[in-house]
Design a protein around this ligand. Structure first.
Ligand code: ATP
Length: 975
């Protein structure tokens, strides 16, 4: 038998090597036929792999069963490496290599001495020898072991050899005693992290599983006479976990095996470590996750911003709470006095075509009277009452409006007037009781105890005959609720709740049956009779019994006054002009006939006719006390000019009022303001200005009420919430399933990037739902703002909160959390939370963008179109569809407006920058850091994560500011 054959035979039958042989042995070509690793219980040692009955050994080992040391450099074909018996050591290594099995590189020249076994992503790149503990491809390490616990039982010199493979996430190790291998271990599924702690960098391997095998007979494993203790069973039974940490600038490492913690409680220190690997420089870019224990500037900046924000909120909340408490302690009184409203020569001309809608209408509603404004459709009734209520009009308004005989600011009129619009704008998800209650909570004095508020609500609901439907939802076209007539009465209740000095109603009885109409008018008349409210209402064709309930009537025809005066003298007035109401004919209908019929109208306004009628000043119309139901017109005591006032107004023939010979005091309509009066009113206006913007409730109360209502709305009309949450879960599962456990191959990289971009696209487009939701609430806001319920700020805060939190933030978290682990993105807590943070910020930013569009564009169709197109463009320039470096120079600026670019770049950097792509093209293996692809393929900035986060936060702040501006300046009622 030859020497080789002798060793071969021994190796194949037993690992006992009794003779120290240091002579290099040629590769074990002669043994292959004699050893079948698949049939042998020993298999392949040193973590060699049994393939086709032959062992494929790890670098550094050879022989038929991988029990021999292979002393060539790892760059040499494994079959060509000379082997020596494992109880000896390599006599010499290739130039540039060292260590126990000569596979630890020492110099760059060593790594370049042979052609590399793999190709570089970059052309013409040469390998270098990496000696740092931060490993990139596959490193080998040899260390000495200082373990008094071991040497006490098994004296000798211990060495440890290891191979560290971050690509396959595996650590293999062998323990040697006096150059004889004692056992070997393998640890799969390891995670590698480079940690910077207090300025020191160390690389740490954490492996959940450990498989070890003792090579018997050896001193430690037993079978060799001498020691009384053997560790054979202990070693074979090791399970892990196991960890290894090596500081960057040290040649010592710490070893920890949980199962041996009894033997080595503080771990095992290995010293004199020599580590090296041949890598391409391009492979050395950020291939390991770097976790810094100290906070990065980005984190510090974010925490500082967050801290400042929290502090700001605490200060604002305390001020708001203080104001609320002050207001709650302020004594209050509910309005108990009606006010008078007088209008002189009111004209209204449209700006666009100069059309004159109202032509010098004059009249008055003394305190405590009911004034009915009548006229055919299109006569100008709504326009007149809008102007009287101080509503903002598009066209040019002329004339004077006097409140309690004084000329006051428009906002003072608005505060004194409760206005019920022709159209009902009500919160559809609220019950009748809730709608009136919320109106009461927002508009009754803050100091009013809540039980009194409830009493007042019940009182008003009962007054308007709404008790039977108090607990029914109001509803809308899609969800049927109360009837149209009931809605009308709810609208009146909302205004009546505050008992305003003047209540103006635009067609309060339209949609009501005659019984309900009478009931409503009766209640209004009672209010007036109680002298708490002056009522001005427009009405089309009242029943005669209803008609005679009004104290005063103003009939308008084609924007001009046809009659203004007491209701009970209207028949006589026209009779004097040969216009006699036929018997059994409703006088109100007859008035409309006159206003509509040109022949009758010319008779009514014919000057001769008027003279024949004996009227002293043409068609003079008087305001007088009393009406058919024997009520008394009450004159407001505050207005001296109105004491026992009787207003004389000329009709169509002349817009100039004439001092009349009418009985009692005549009001001088065009009374010039004297100099002193001017100054007095200026001083008063300064004083009043201070109060002008004062709402009856504090900001905090307004916010609480609006938020409560918005919350109820969200829960009751839950379709949007359920859809968002449901869709986010389904899409999370869909994306997770589609991209399930993507590998780090070329295709896997594409899928990884694709999945991240697709998530952003889904979130971006789901934001468009903000448009529809806001369009519905804006109408209610405009109406409530116009009626003085609250200013824009609490509405904005509540809208943002109830849109962004449940519809944007929570769904993003759902979708992100589900898909993240299914796709198999980086299993690291910090990376996961940073991923969620991007999704949330991105979704909030796109939703805010859509809200800005919704606030700026009136029609939903145009807003949807604008949002979709802009989002599509943002996607195009988001960095996935076009390389940012390849965008035509003239268009490069567009990418900086794209939230997709910042979101996608941050997602990609967070996920891919620290991973590595391993694949082969037509058999040629390559190994590329993700960072390189991000730079070369996408043109991304690797340090851009926190910068992009701050930019997304900047977008959000900008959009909130624009939204605020638009809501404050644009969402105002214009009639
Ligand atoms: N902003 C506007 N633009 C165009 N036309 C207007 C505008 N405001 C009012 N008008 C016109 O002025 C006229 C009077 O309108 P108004 O709504 O005041 O009538 P009305 O008497 O209340 O009618 P109805 O009883 O049908 O409500 C109508 O012909 C109307 O078309």
């Amino acid at each position: 038998m030859t020497l080789a054959g002798h060793i071969c035979a021994q190796s194949a039958t037993s690992t006992v090597v009794t003779t120290a042989i240091s002579t290099a042995i040629p590769p074990s070509q002669t043994c292959e036929a004699q050893y079948d690793c698949s049939a042998s219980p020993k298999g392949c040692l040193n973590n060699g792999v049994c393939e086709n009955k032959a062992c494929k050994c790890m670098s550094g080992f050879g022989g038929i069963d991988c029990s021999l040391l292979a002393c060539g450099s790892p760059l040499i074909d494994p079959a060509q490496r000379p082997t020596v018996a494992s109880n000896t050591s390599c006599s010499s290594c290739d130039d540039g290599f060292g260590g126990f099995n000569c596979n630890v590189c020492q110099t760059d020249a060593g790594c370049r001495s042979k052609p590399p076994s793999r190709t570089s992503f970059l052309s013409n790149e040469e390998m270098v020898c990496n000696k740092k503990s931060e490993v990139y491809h596959n490193a080998y390490m040899t260390c000495a072991v200082r373990a008094p616990e071991l040497t006490g039982f098994f004296p000798g010199e211990y060495s440890l050899t290891m191979s560290l493979d971050p690509v396959n996430k595996t650590v293999n190790a062998q323990l040697w005693l006096d150059h004889t291998e004692q056992f070997f271990c393998s640890a799969p599924n390891c995670t590698l992290a480079t940690i910077e702690e207090k300025g020191a960098i160390q690389t740490r391997w954490d492996c959940p599983i450990l498989n070890c095998k003792c090579i018997k007979p050896t001193l430690i494993c037993g079978g060799v006479p001498g020691p009384v203790v053997t560790l054979g069973n202990v070693v074979d039974g090791l399970k892990g976990p196991f960890s290894l940490s090596c500081p960057q600038n040290s040649n010592e490492c710490d070893f920890y095996i949980k199962d041996l913690s009894g033997l080595f409680p503080t771990g095992l220190k290995v010293t004199d470590c020599d580590l090296g690997e041949c890598v391409f420089p391009s492979e050395m870019q950020s291939t390991v996750t770097t976790i810094k224990s100290t906070m990065s500037p980005g984190v510090i900046a974010c925490l500082a911003i967050l801290g400042a924000l929290v502090l700001f909120l605490i200060v604002v909340c305390s001020i708001a709470r203080r104001n609320q408490l002050i207001l709650r302690r302020t004594p209050y009184t509910l309005n108990a006095e009606a006010a008078s409203l007088e209008f002189r020569n009111v004209g209204y001309t449209l700006n666009k075509d100069g059309l004159e809608i109202l032509k010098g209408i004059s009249g008055a509603a003394p305190a405590g009277v009911v004034l009915a404004v009548m006229g055919p459709s299109g006569a100008g009734k709504s326009t007149l009452v809008d102007i009287l209520a101080g509503k903002r009009k598009d066209g040019k308004v002329t004339g004077q409006i006097l409140l309690n005989g004084k000329q006051v600011h428009e906002s003072d009129i608005r505060r004194a007037v409760g206005f019920v619009d022709q159209e009902d704008t009500l919160p559809p998800t609220q019950t009748v009781y809730e709608a009136v209650l919320y109106s009461a909570m927002l508009r009754l004095p803050e100091a009013m105890p809540i039980h009194r508020v409830h009493e007042r609500v019940s009182e008003v609901i009962e007054m308007l005959g709404l008790t039977h439907c108090a607990d029914r939802r109001i509803g809308n076209v899609t969800a049927r609720g109360i009837s149209g007539g009931e809605k009308r009465r709810v609208s009146i209740a909302l205004e009546l709740i505050t008992r305003p000095p003047i209540l103006i109603l635009d067609e309060p009885t339209s949609g009501l049956d005659s019984y309900s109409a009478r009931m409503v008018v009766e209640q209004l008349c009672k209010l007036a009779a109680n002298k708490t409210t002056t009522v001005i209402l427009t009405i089309h064709q009242p029943r005669s019994d209803i008609f005679f309930m009004f104290d005063q009537t103003l009939v308008i025809s084609k924007g001009e006054t046809l009659y203004f005066g007491p209701t009970d003298t209207v028949a006589e007035h026209f009779r004097q002009r040969n216009l006699v109401c036929p018997p059994n004919y409703n006088i109100a209908d007859y008035l409309l006939d006159i206003a509509m019929d040109d022949a009758l109208l010319s008779k009514a306004i014919d000057k001769n006719n008027n003279e024949k009628a004996g009227a002293s000043t043409g068609r003079e119309i008087h305001v007088s006390a009393g009406n058919a139901v024997s009520r008394h017109a009450v004159v407001n005591g505050h207005s001296e000019s109105h004491a026992e006032a009787i207003l004389t107004v000329t009709g169509r023939a002349s817009n100039n009022p004439s001092p009349s010979s009418s009985h009692q005091t005549t009001v001088q309509i065009e009374k010039p303001e004297s100099f002193s009066e001017h100054h007095a009113s200026a001083a008063a206006s300064v004083n009043e200005k201070r109060q002008r913007n004062v709402y009856p409730t504090s900001f905090l109360t307004q916010l609480q009420v609006i938020m409560k209502r918005d919350f109820q709305n969200l829960i009751r009309d839950r379709s949007l919430l359920v859809l968002h949450l449901g869709v986010s879960i389904v899409l999370g599962l869909f994306i997770g399933g589609l991209y399930f456990q993507v590998p780090m191959s070329l295709a896997g990289f594409q899928n990884r990037a694709g999945s991240l971009f697709f998530m952003l696209a889904l979130l971006g487009f789901s934001s468009i739902s903000a448009l529809g939701a806001f369009t519905e609430t804006r109408i209610l806001f405009i109406k409530e703002r116009s009626n003085g319920y609250y200013p824009p700020l609490p509405f904005i805060i509540s809208t943002l909160l109830f849109d962004l939190v449940p519809l944007r933030i929570v769904p993003s978290l759902f979708m992100g959390s589900i898909s993240y682990f299914m796709i198999g993105l980086t299993a690291d807590v910090a990376t996961f939370f940073k991923f969620l943070l991007i999704l949330v910020l991105f979704n909030v930013a796109t939703a805010m963008f859509c809200l800005v569009i919704a606030a700026g564009v009136r029609t939903t169709g145009a807003a949807s179109l604008a949002s979709s197109i802009v989002i599509l463009f943002m996607m195009l320039f988001g960095g996935f569809m076009i390389n940012s470096g390849k965008i035509p120079a003239a268009l490069t600026w567009i990418q900086y407006l794209s939230m997709f670019k910042f979101g996608f770049e941050a997602l990609a950097v967070n996920e891919v920058a620290t991973t590595k792509l391993v694949d082969n093209i037509q058999g040629v293996a390559f190994n590329v850091p993700g960072s390189l692809i991000l730079q070369k393929l996408f043109g991304f900035d690797l340090g851009g994560y926190w910068r992009n986060m701050i930019i997304l936060i900047g977008f959000i702040i900008l959009f909130i500011a624009i939204f605020w501006m638009l809501v404050t300046l644009k969402l105002k009622e214009r009639k």
